[in-house]
Structures are given as C-alpha cells and as structure tokens.
Ligand binder design. Structure first.
Ligand SMILES: Cc1cc2nc3c(=O)[nH]c(=O)nc-3n(C[C@H](O)[C@H](O)[C@H](O)COP(=O)(O)OP(=O)(O)OC[C@H]3O[C@@H](n4cnc5c(N)ncnc54)[C@H](O)[C@@H]3O)c2cc1C
Length: 443
C-alpha cells in the first residue's frame, strides 16, 4: 500500500495581471464528506482540464471528479507568458541522431499547438490567440551566432523563419535594444488566463469540479484496487487517478528525484497611452524569447501592455509575498526601461509568480505510475500546448485507447535521475547563477 502526505500546496493570490483582466466567476464548492468516483483528476490547469474533458467524452456514464487546491484555472496555466511554441531555440546538431531527436520534440510541440488551436475553435474560446509567429532576439553580438545556428537548423527542418536586423527589427518591435532577431512562423501568442478560464467554463456537465480542495493525502487501499484521497473537508475514493499538478508533482510523490520546480515571476504594465504607443511607432503585437537561457521573455500584447519575465529561481514552493514580488518588480522594470527608456517608472500594474517543473534532460512525464494511477507534466516551461496535448492523451492512455499522439509522446525519453536534496538544490542554484551571469545583458 502506498501512502503520501502532501505538505506543499499552492494558495490563491490576487496578483496575476492576466487573471485580473477576467470577470469574476462562481467558484465551485470544496469537496466534503465521503464520496466515490470512477475517475479523479488532481489539478485544474491545462493538463487536468484537458484530461477531464477527454474522460467525459470517452466515459459518458462515469463519475469524473476534479480536485483543485486553489481556485480552478488560477495556477501557472493562467500565469504564464502566453507563448504557444512549436520550435524552441537550439544551436544546431552535429549528428543525424541529434537532428532526429530535435525533429521528434518539434513534432510533439507542433501537435500541442494544433491541440490548443482545435480546442479554441471547437469550444469557441476567445483568448486573444494570434498565430503571427514569435521572435528569438539578442542584444549581445557574441550571442548572434546562436541565432545563426538556429536558423541553419530550421532550414534543415524546412521551417519558415527569417533573420531580422537593424531598421526592420526596430520597426517590428518598437525598440532598438536588440541587435538581431530570428522570427519563426510557427509561434502563437495568447492570453493564458482566458484560455484556461474558457476550459473551465466549457467543461462537460458530467465533470464535477471541487475548488479550494487540496489533496493533502492519498493512498492505495489494501483491500481493493481503489485509491483514497483526502482533502481538508472530504474524502474520495476512485478506481483511476490522474495526477496533473506539474510544478507540485514531486510533493505529491510523483517521480521523486526525476524533476524539480522553479518559481518564475512576471510583471505586466498598464496599457500604453496613445502618446506612448506613438513614441514606440505603434508596432503590431509581438512576443520575444531570448537567445540566452535566463534572458527575458517580453511581449507587447494586443491591448498594448508590455509583459516582462526575466526572473527564475529556486523557491520554497509557496506563493511569494508582496515584499518578495516588489523585489522582482524592480528587475522587471529595469528590463522594460532597457528596451523602452521613454516609458515612465510607474508603468507596471501587476507582478506575480508561478511554478514550473523541469527535468535534467528536457524530458516530460507521461506514464502510468501504479496500476490505475497516471501522471502527465514536467513541461520544461512549455506547458500550454503540451499541457493540453498530454492531458488529453493521458486520459486516452488511462482508458486503454492507443493513439498516434501517444505513440509519438512515448518516443520521448524519460526524465533522468537527479541527485538527492540538498545537492540538487545547490546544483540548480549554481546553474541559475551561471546562466544569469551569461544573460546579464539579455535581462
Ligand atoms: C511566469 C511563467 C511563464 C511561463 N511561460 C510559458 C509560456 O510562455 N509558454 C508555455 O508553454 N509555458 C509557460 N509556462 C509554463 C506553463 O505555465 C506550465 O507548463 C503549465 O501551466 C502547466 O500546466 P499544468 O496544468 O500541467 O499545471 P498548472 O497550471 O500548474 O496546474 C496544476 C494545478 O494543480 C493544482 N495542485 C497542485 N497541487 C495540488 C494538490 N495537492 N491538490 C489539488 N490541486 C493541486 C495547482 O493549484 C494548479 O492549479 C510559464 C510558467 C510561468 C510560471
């Protein structure tokens, strides 16, 4: 019999600029009393909501329960930078095997992009989705080679892209900060809180969502094949369990020593005034990813706000306090002013944090952990498309339904074994310090 007490839990907070743009919604009651369900899904982000939806399609007569620790759709799924990407920056490969590996990862990510686009169309979710590509940019001459090598790789894969410099880059972005940009056609940007809110609102009626219901303990019953999950006010047993908690995976006892969490912080400005917009040349909305790990992710949104994310750190996995966020906000403001020196110091409206999950070899979790218990996550900061894809496909896998997407996902390697704590924490901390130093002119 397995038993796990969960002590690290996400909490509601009101800081996220994306969520603040949404109207209030009716929060569903917490789980109470003793209950039984056919299926339980833990976590109401992209992965858990996509899984619950697919389960409802496959098992219209079954009782499907979703348990969410905080308000649904207000975790990292609502707090990210909104880049839905197919290709990720890579400096090229020196062997056919390396190229093939990248191609496979690209194909999985591409399937994730398509899964989100299908969902948005099928459910009629308005999430400001714009399929106009993404930029990878650098402000440092010695980093230009990374973009040139990435361009060669994209050529080998026949993926449409373009290197942009000088006046053209200035006009596209409204900032002269960057020396070189590589635009790829396949990138999509969206408002993440609108997407995940839409997934909650469009959940099939059959799915029972319990909010503010953190699973604090789970175990496999000794006298049956069932799992029993406890929340502060209730208990539910089930035959099959899907764990969709991404950054909280290890605290839930899923794949310990194979993944780790980082806390990212981001800030968003108020909408630019007409004068400010004029001053930067009224560019079309854009999204920029850095050519350097730990460099800044920046967006100019459809409603003329600037989003800045240039911090990532090892953090005890609770939310950040207002004082903690204020410290990160200063770094975000610095990043905004480097790119747009003409903007004022009081332009930031919101600063928030969120948790991501990474593995040591850029692999994801997608598997049956125990008889009847499944998990999907560890998206290495690319969880919009992968969350929707893996959520849907883990429900298929758990239902015994094999698909082409599952076959594709299963060609991926498993997350590698990591050193035990505190060695892991120290190692990750040192690596971040090094990356931060190398990215000091990209933040
Ligand atoms: C600042 C930031 C920027 C990012 N930018 C991007 C980006 O541009 N593009 C991209 O693709 N990805 C990005 N990511 C990553 C992306 O947000 C995640 O990969 C994605 O949200 C994963 O979705 P998920 O549903 O698996 O997990 P989550 O969205 O984290 O959802 C998991 C849910 O499980 C709940 N939970 C946890 N423990 C328990 C428990 N014990 N009981 C019940 N519920 C529990 C949590 O409250 C949460 O709601 C970013 C993340 C952050 C924080």
């Amino acid at each position: 019999m397995t038993s796990k007490v969960i002590s690290i839990l996400p909490k509601n907070d009101e800081s996220c600029g994306w969520i603040k743009q949404l109207p209030p919604r009716q929060v569903q009651p917490a789980l109470s009393g003793k209950q039984h369900a056919d299926w339980v899904v833990i976590g109401a982000g992209f992965t858990g909501l996509a899984a619950a939806r697919q389960l409802a399609i496959l098992h219209p007569q079954s009782r499907i329960v979703v348990l969410e620790a905080q308000r649904a759709a207000e975790g990292s799924s609502a707090r990210n930078s909104g880049f839905l990407v197919d290709s990720t920056l890579n400096e090229g490969h020196y062997s056919a095997a390396g190229l093939e590996l990248y191609r496979r990862k690209y194909e999985i990510k591409r399937a994730g992009v398509l899964a989100v686009q299908r969902l948005v169309t099928d459910l009629g979710i308005n999430c400001d989705l714009e399929a106009k590509g993404k930029f990878h940019c650098t402000a440092v001459k010695s980093h230009e080679i990374k973009l040139i090598n990435f361009s060669k790789l994209l050529n080998e894969l026949e993926l449409n892209h373009k290197i942009i410099e000088g006046e053209e880059l200035l006009q596209r972005l409204g900032s002269s900060y960057y020396r070189m940009g590589l635009w790829t056609e396949g990138g999509v940007t969206l408002q993440p809180a609108k997407l995940v809110r839409g997934m909650v609102e469009k959940l099939p009626q059959q799915v029972e969502l319990y909010e503010n219901s953190p699973v604090i303990n789970w175990r496999k019953l000794s006298n049956s094949e069932d799992f029993q999950l406890s929340t502060p006010e209730g208990q539910v047993s089930c035959q099959k369990l899907i764990v969709a908690v991404n950054g909280f995976m290890t605290s839930c006892g899923v794949k310990p020593n194979h993944s780790f969490s980082l806390t990212l912080t981001a800030s968003m400005t108020r909408p630019l005034t007409a004068e400010e917009d004029e001053a930067i040349g009224r560019p079309e909305p854009w999204g920029v990813l850095s050519a350097q790990s730990m460099g800044a992710t920046v967006r100019l949104t459809k409603d003329r706000r600037i989003l800045m994310r240039n911090t990532a750190e090892v953090w005890p996995k609770q939310n950040m306090s207002v004082a903690d966020l204020e410290l990160r906000k200063a770094k975000h403001l610095n990043g905004i002013k480097r790119r747009f020196p003409q903007l004022g110091d009081d332009i930031i409206e919101s600063t928030w944090s969120g948790t991501i999950c990474l593995s040591g070899n850029n692999a994801n979790v997608f598997s049956e952990l125990d008889n009847g218990m499944y998990a999907a996550g560890c998206y290495n900061a690319s969880g919009i498309g992968l969350g929707v894809l893996f959520g849907t496909e883990i429900a298929n896998l758990a239902s015994g339904k094999m698909t082409d997407e599952i076959r594709m996902i299963q060609t991926n390697s498993e997350p590698m074994l990591l050193p035990p704590q505190p060695l892991l924490r120290w190692g990750v901390g040192l690596r971040l310090m090094r990356d931060r130093f190398l990215a000091q002119h990209e933040q």
